[in-house]
Design a protein around this ligand. Structure first.
Ligand code: SF4
Ligand SMILES: [Zn+2]
Length: 348
Protein backbone atom coordinates (compact mmCIF):
# COMPACT_ATOMS: atom_id res chain seq x y z
CA UNK A 1 0.00 0.00 0.00
CA UNK A 2 1.60 3.31 -0.99
CA UNK A 3 2.19 5.95 1.64
CA UNK A 4 1.63 9.61 0.77
CA UNK A 5 2.81 12.04 3.44
CA UNK A 6 1.80 15.61 2.77
CA UNK A 7 4.58 18.05 3.65
CA UNK A 8 2.50 19.96 6.15
CA UNK A 9 3.59 22.10 9.07
CA UNK A 10 5.02 19.96 11.90
CA UNK A 11 3.08 17.91 14.41
CA UNK A 12 1.97 20.30 17.15
CA UNK A 13 3.15 17.95 19.87
CA UNK A 14 6.63 17.74 18.32
CA UNK A 15 6.99 21.52 18.51
CA UNK A 16 6.97 21.80 22.29
CA UNK A 17 7.42 18.24 23.54
CA UNK A 18 7.55 15.37 21.07
CA UNK A 19 7.78 11.61 21.34
CA UNK A 20 11.24 10.28 22.17
CA UNK A 21 11.85 8.36 18.92
CA UNK A 22 10.07 10.57 16.38
CA UNK A 23 11.65 12.04 13.26
CA UNK A 24 8.48 13.20 11.53
CA UNK A 25 9.34 16.85 12.17
CA UNK A 26 12.38 16.41 9.89
CA UNK A 27 10.03 15.98 6.94
CA UNK A 28 7.76 18.86 7.91
CA UNK A 29 7.58 22.19 6.21
CA UNK A 30 8.65 25.24 8.25
CA UNK A 31 7.06 27.72 5.83
CA UNK A 32 3.39 28.38 6.35
CA UNK A 33 1.58 25.81 4.28
CA UNK A 34 -1.50 27.01 2.46
CA UNK A 35 -4.52 25.07 1.27
CA UNK A 36 -3.35 25.63 -2.32
CA UNK A 37 -0.04 23.93 -1.56
CA UNK A 38 -1.83 20.91 -0.11
CA UNK A 39 -4.02 20.70 -3.22
CA UNK A 40 -0.90 20.84 -5.42
CA UNK A 41 0.79 18.09 -3.36
CA UNK A 42 -2.32 15.89 -3.62
CA UNK A 43 -2.59 16.40 -7.37
CA UNK A 44 1.06 15.51 -7.72
CA UNK A 45 0.51 12.28 -5.74
CA UNK A 46 -2.44 11.41 -7.97
CA UNK A 47 -0.31 11.70 -11.11
CA UNK A 48 2.24 9.28 -9.62
CA UNK A 49 -0.08 6.53 -8.35
CA UNK A 50 -2.42 4.36 -10.37
CA UNK A 51 -5.58 3.65 -8.33
CA UNK A 52 -6.22 0.51 -10.41
CA UNK A 53 -2.94 -0.91 -9.11
CA UNK A 54 -3.20 0.70 -5.66
CA UNK A 55 -6.86 1.20 -4.75
CA UNK A 56 -5.95 1.73 -1.07
CA UNK A 57 -3.75 4.54 0.07
CA UNK A 58 -2.20 5.72 3.30
CA UNK A 59 -2.77 9.42 2.84
CA UNK A 60 -1.59 11.46 5.77
CA UNK A 61 0.37 14.45 7.04
CA UNK A 62 3.44 15.09 9.15
CA UNK A 63 1.66 14.29 12.37
CA UNK A 64 -2.12 14.47 12.52
CA UNK A 65 -4.20 14.64 9.35
CA UNK A 66 -7.16 15.80 11.48
CA UNK A 67 -5.31 18.69 13.13
CA UNK A 68 -6.35 21.87 11.41
CA UNK A 69 -2.90 23.32 12.09
CA UNK A 70 -1.65 20.77 9.53
CA UNK A 71 -4.63 20.31 7.20
CA UNK A 72 -7.39 22.90 7.45
CA UNK A 73 -10.98 21.82 8.08
CA UNK A 74 -11.95 23.39 4.77
CA UNK A 75 -9.39 21.62 2.60
CA UNK A 76 -9.48 18.14 4.18
CA UNK A 77 -12.73 17.09 2.43
CA UNK A 78 -11.54 18.69 -0.82
CA UNK A 79 -8.43 16.51 -0.85
CA UNK A 80 -10.50 13.42 -0.07
CA UNK A 81 -12.88 14.17 -2.94
CA UNK A 82 -9.96 14.59 -5.34
CA UNK A 83 -8.67 11.15 -4.35
CA UNK A 84 -12.10 9.61 -4.75
CA UNK A 85 -12.60 11.24 -8.17
CA UNK A 86 -9.20 9.88 -9.22
CA UNK A 87 -10.42 6.35 -8.39
CA UNK A 88 -8.93 5.55 -4.97
CA UNK A 89 -11.23 3.37 -2.92
CA UNK A 90 -9.84 3.19 0.59
CA UNK A 91 -8.01 5.79 2.66
CA UNK A 92 -6.00 5.43 5.84
CA UNK A 93 -5.03 8.58 7.70
CA UNK A 94 -2.94 9.12 10.84
CA UNK A 95 -3.87 11.29 13.78
CA UNK A 96 -3.45 11.89 17.47
CA UNK A 97 -6.78 11.18 19.17
CA UNK A 98 -7.46 14.72 20.39
CA UNK A 99 -8.04 16.06 16.88
CA UNK A 100 -10.92 13.77 15.97
CA UNK A 101 -14.38 15.32 16.12
CA UNK A 102 -17.69 14.04 14.74
CA UNK A 103 -17.85 17.07 12.43
CA UNK A 104 -14.43 16.47 10.89
CA UNK A 105 -15.08 12.76 10.46
CA UNK A 106 -18.49 13.35 8.88
CA UNK A 107 -17.22 16.00 6.47
CA UNK A 108 -14.48 13.69 5.27
CA UNK A 109 -16.81 10.68 4.95
CA UNK A 110 -19.31 12.75 2.98
CA UNK A 111 -16.61 13.85 0.55
CA UNK A 112 -14.99 10.45 0.07
CA UNK A 113 -18.07 8.19 0.27
CA UNK A 114 -21.12 10.35 -0.59
CA UNK A 115 -23.29 7.25 -1.07
CA UNK A 116 -22.94 6.57 2.67
CA UNK A 117 -21.40 3.67 4.56
CA UNK A 118 -21.18 0.15 3.15
CA UNK A 119 -23.43 -2.77 4.14
CA UNK A 120 -21.63 -3.30 7.44
CA UNK A 121 -22.13 0.34 8.37
CA UNK A 122 -18.49 1.15 7.60
CA UNK A 123 -16.98 3.77 5.32
CA UNK A 124 -13.87 2.82 3.34
CA UNK A 125 -11.90 4.99 5.76
CA UNK A 126 -9.57 4.24 8.61
CA UNK A 127 -7.62 6.27 11.16
CA UNK A 128 -4.26 5.06 12.50
CA UNK A 129 -3.07 6.07 15.95
CA UNK A 130 0.39 6.07 17.47
CA UNK A 131 -0.73 4.24 20.58
CA UNK A 132 2.82 2.90 21.16
CA UNK A 133 1.95 1.33 24.52
CA UNK A 134 -1.28 0.59 26.35
CA UNK A 135 0.54 1.08 29.65
CA UNK A 136 0.06 4.65 30.87
CA UNK A 137 3.40 4.70 32.69
CA UNK A 138 5.30 3.55 29.60
CA UNK A 139 3.38 5.90 27.34
CA UNK A 140 4.08 8.85 29.58
CA UNK A 141 7.60 8.29 30.85
CA UNK A 142 9.28 6.12 28.21
CA UNK A 143 7.68 7.64 25.11
CA UNK A 144 6.40 11.06 26.19
CA UNK A 145 3.22 10.61 24.19
CA UNK A 146 1.20 13.13 26.16
CA UNK A 147 -1.91 10.92 26.07
CA UNK A 148 -3.43 8.11 28.10
CA UNK A 149 -4.98 4.89 27.01
CA UNK A 150 -8.40 6.27 27.98
CA UNK A 151 -7.96 8.89 25.22
CA UNK A 152 -7.51 6.12 22.66
CA UNK A 153 -10.49 4.19 23.93
CA UNK A 154 -12.64 7.30 23.58
CA UNK A 155 -11.34 7.77 20.02
CA UNK A 156 -12.08 4.10 19.16
CA UNK A 157 -15.66 4.61 20.40
CA UNK A 158 -16.06 7.75 18.33
CA UNK A 159 -14.75 6.04 15.20
CA UNK A 160 -17.06 3.08 15.78
CA UNK A 161 -20.02 5.43 16.03
CA UNK A 162 -18.96 7.30 12.89
CA UNK A 163 -18.43 4.14 10.82
CA UNK A 164 -14.64 4.34 10.52
CA UNK A 165 -12.12 1.54 10.97
CA UNK A 166 -8.99 2.13 13.06
CA UNK A 167 -5.43 0.87 13.35
CA UNK A 168 -2.60 1.36 15.81
CA UNK A 169 1.15 1.73 15.84
CA UNK A 170 2.96 -0.02 18.66
CA UNK A 171 6.57 0.80 19.46
CA UNK A 172 9.28 -1.85 19.77
CA UNK A 173 12.62 -0.63 21.06
CA UNK A 174 11.45 1.68 23.82
CA UNK A 175 14.18 3.41 25.83
CA UNK A 176 14.81 2.62 29.51
CA UNK A 177 13.31 -0.86 29.14
CA UNK A 178 15.06 -4.21 28.85
CA UNK A 179 14.35 -6.23 25.70
CA UNK A 180 12.09 -8.61 27.62
CA UNK A 181 10.11 -5.77 29.19
CA UNK A 182 9.83 -4.14 25.78
CA UNK A 183 8.46 -7.28 24.10
CA UNK A 184 6.09 -8.05 27.01
CA UNK A 185 4.73 -4.50 26.82
CA UNK A 186 4.29 -4.77 23.03
CA UNK A 187 2.40 -8.06 23.45
CA UNK A 188 0.10 -6.52 26.08
CA UNK A 189 -0.50 -3.53 23.82
CA UNK A 190 -1.30 -5.68 20.78
CA UNK A 191 -3.80 -7.68 22.85
CA UNK A 192 -5.34 -4.47 24.16
CA UNK A 193 -5.64 -3.01 20.65
CA UNK A 194 -7.10 -6.12 19.00
CA UNK A 195 -9.50 -6.71 21.89
CA UNK A 196 -10.78 -3.17 21.37
CA UNK A 197 -11.53 -3.58 17.68
CA UNK A 198 -8.31 -2.47 15.97
CA UNK A 199 -7.97 -4.01 12.49
CA UNK A 200 -4.20 -3.75 12.06
CA UNK A 201 -1.40 -3.29 14.53
CA UNK A 202 1.74 -1.87 12.96
CA UNK A 203 4.68 -2.68 15.18
CA UNK A 204 7.23 0.05 14.55
CA UNK A 205 10.77 -1.08 15.21
CA UNK A 206 12.59 2.03 16.43
CA UNK A 207 15.11 3.42 13.96
CA UNK A 208 17.75 6.03 14.59
CA UNK A 209 16.60 9.52 13.67
CA UNK A 210 18.51 12.74 14.15
CA UNK A 211 17.56 15.08 17.02
CA UNK A 212 15.45 12.51 18.89
CA UNK A 213 15.95 11.62 22.53
CA UNK A 214 16.79 8.07 21.47
CA UNK A 215 19.68 9.29 19.30
CA UNK A 216 20.86 11.61 22.10
CA UNK A 217 20.94 8.66 24.50
CA UNK A 218 22.54 6.43 21.87
CA UNK A 219 25.40 8.86 21.29
CA UNK A 220 26.15 8.65 25.01
CA UNK A 221 25.96 4.87 25.19
CA UNK A 222 22.68 4.77 27.12
CA UNK A 223 20.40 3.41 24.40
CA UNK A 224 20.78 1.11 21.45
CA UNK A 225 18.40 0.08 18.73
CA UNK A 226 16.78 -3.31 19.20
CA UNK A 227 18.10 -6.22 17.19
CA UNK A 228 15.69 -7.34 14.49
CA UNK A 229 15.61 -10.65 16.36
CA UNK A 230 13.51 -8.84 18.94
CA UNK A 231 10.77 -8.41 16.32
CA UNK A 232 11.08 -12.11 15.46
CA UNK A 233 10.77 -13.02 19.16
CA UNK A 234 7.66 -10.89 19.36
CA UNK A 235 6.01 -12.64 16.41
CA UNK A 236 6.95 -16.06 17.78
CA UNK A 237 5.50 -15.28 21.20
CA UNK A 238 2.17 -13.88 20.02
CA UNK A 239 -0.84 -16.20 19.97
CA UNK A 240 -2.07 -16.64 16.41
CA UNK A 241 -5.34 -14.78 16.91
CA UNK A 242 -3.38 -11.64 17.80
CA UNK A 243 -0.42 -12.22 15.49
CA UNK A 244 -2.51 -12.19 12.35
CA UNK A 245 -3.36 -8.52 12.95
CA UNK A 246 0.32 -7.57 13.19
CA UNK A 247 2.68 -6.13 10.62
CA UNK A 248 6.28 -5.19 11.36
CA UNK A 249 7.26 -1.74 10.12
CA UNK A 250 10.08 0.75 10.41
CA UNK A 251 12.72 -1.67 9.14
CA UNK A 252 13.40 -0.47 5.61
CA UNK A 253 11.88 2.78 4.43
CA UNK A 254 10.53 5.99 5.90
CA UNK A 255 9.38 9.38 4.53
CA UNK A 256 12.61 10.85 5.92
CA UNK A 257 15.26 8.12 5.91
CA UNK A 258 16.73 7.60 9.39
CA UNK A 259 20.45 7.43 10.10
CA UNK A 260 20.04 3.66 10.23
CA UNK A 261 17.60 0.86 10.85
CA UNK A 262 17.52 -2.02 13.31
CA UNK A 263 19.50 -5.01 12.04
CA UNK A 264 20.90 -8.41 12.97
CA UNK A 265 24.40 -9.12 11.56
CA UNK A 266 26.26 -8.46 8.28
CA UNK A 267 25.40 -11.93 7.04
CA UNK A 268 21.70 -12.20 7.79
CA UNK A 269 20.12 -8.72 8.09
CA UNK A 270 18.72 -8.74 4.55
CA UNK A 271 17.54 -12.34 4.92
CA UNK A 272 15.68 -11.57 8.19
CA UNK A 273 14.19 -8.38 6.72
CA UNK A 274 13.07 -10.34 3.67
CA UNK A 275 11.33 -12.93 5.86
CA UNK A 276 9.59 -10.19 7.85
CA UNK A 277 8.47 -8.50 4.64
CA UNK A 278 7.06 -11.81 3.39
CA UNK A 279 5.22 -12.14 6.70
CA UNK A 280 3.78 -8.64 6.23
CA UNK A 281 2.59 -9.48 2.73
CA UNK A 282 1.21 -12.98 3.32
CA UNK A 283 0.56 -13.43 7.05
CA UNK A 284 2.19 -16.87 6.78
CA UNK A 285 4.30 -17.71 9.81
CA UNK A 286 6.26 -20.22 7.74
CA UNK A 287 8.35 -17.30 6.44
CA UNK A 288 9.45 -16.51 10.00
CA UNK A 289 9.90 -20.16 11.01
CA UNK A 290 12.16 -20.83 8.05
CA UNK A 291 14.60 -18.00 8.82
CA UNK A 292 18.08 -19.49 8.62
CA UNK A 293 19.43 -19.95 12.18
CA UNK A 294 22.39 -17.57 11.97
CA UNK A 295 24.86 -17.73 14.84
CA UNK A 296 24.04 -14.08 15.66
CA UNK A 297 20.70 -15.21 17.07
CA UNK A 298 22.59 -17.01 19.80
CA UNK A 299 24.55 -13.84 20.49
CA UNK A 300 21.22 -11.97 20.69
CA UNK A 301 19.89 -14.59 23.13
CA UNK A 302 22.94 -14.31 25.35
CA UNK A 303 23.23 -10.53 25.08
CA UNK A 304 20.30 -8.17 24.59
CA UNK A 305 17.67 -10.81 25.33
CA UNK A 306 19.19 -11.94 28.62
CA UNK A 307 19.79 -8.46 30.06
CA UNK A 308 18.29 -7.96 33.49
CA UNK A 309 18.22 -4.82 35.59
CA UNK A 310 18.65 -4.62 39.34
CA UNK A 311 16.32 -1.60 39.32
CA UNK A 312 12.62 -1.49 38.54
CA UNK A 313 11.62 0.50 35.46
CA UNK A 314 10.51 3.56 37.47
CA UNK A 315 13.93 3.75 39.15
CA UNK A 316 15.70 3.59 35.78
CA UNK A 317 13.43 6.31 34.40
CA UNK A 318 14.08 8.53 37.41
CA UNK A 319 17.85 8.00 37.20
CA UNK A 320 17.86 8.83 33.49
CA UNK A 321 15.64 11.91 33.89
CA UNK A 322 17.92 13.25 36.60
CA UNK A 323 20.98 12.68 34.43
CA UNK A 324 19.29 14.44 31.50
CA UNK A 325 18.33 17.39 33.70
CA UNK A 326 21.96 17.76 34.83
CA UNK A 327 23.45 17.32 31.35
CA UNK A 328 21.05 19.71 29.68
CA UNK A 329 20.99 22.18 32.56
CA UNK A 330 17.24 21.81 32.96
CA UNK A 331 15.17 22.91 35.89
CA UNK A 332 15.35 19.96 38.31
CA UNK A 333 11.73 20.53 39.32
CA UNK A 334 10.75 19.26 35.84
CA UNK A 335 11.89 15.79 36.91
CA UNK A 336 8.89 13.92 38.34
CA UNK A 337 8.99 13.30 42.07
CA UNK A 338 9.75 9.66 42.99
CA UNK A 339 6.27 9.34 44.46
CA UNK A 340 4.70 10.42 41.13
CA UNK A 341 6.58 7.52 39.51
CA UNK A 342 5.19 5.13 42.10
CA UNK A 343 8.47 4.96 44.02
CA UNK A 344 8.45 5.08 47.78
CA UNK A 345 11.56 5.19 49.90
CA UNK A 346 13.59 7.00 47.18
CA UNK A 347 15.05 10.41 48.09
CA UNK A 348 13.35 13.33 46.32
S1 SF4 B 1 5.19 10.28 17.03
FE1 SF4 B 1 3.39 11.34 16.19
S2 SF4 B 1 2.56 12.47 17.96
FE2 SF4 B 1 4.66 11.91 18.50
S3 SF4 B 1 5.87 13.72 17.94
FE3 SF4 B 1 5.91 12.27 16.20
S4 SF4 B 1 4.28 12.92 14.84
FE4 SF4 B 1 3.91 13.89 16.83
ZN1 LIG C 1 23.21 -13.11 11.57
Amino acid sequence: MPLVTLRTNPCRWSKYAGCVMCGYHLGANRRRITDEMLVAQTEDAITRLNPKVYPSLVFTSNGSFFDRAEVSDEIRPVLAKKLRDAGFQYLIMESRPEYLTPERLRALAKAFAPAGPGPLGRYPLSVSFGLESSNDFVQRYCINKGRHRADYLAAFDLLDREGYAYDCYVLLGKPFMTAREDVADAINTIRFAVDHGVDYVFVMVTNMVDYGLTSYLHERGRYRLPSLWRAVELLERLPDRYRRHVQIKGISHAPVPPRYYARTCELCTEHVKGAINFWNQTGEMEHIRSIHPCSCRQRFAEGEWSERSSQVLAERVLREYRTLADELDLDRTLVPAPRALGLTGVAA
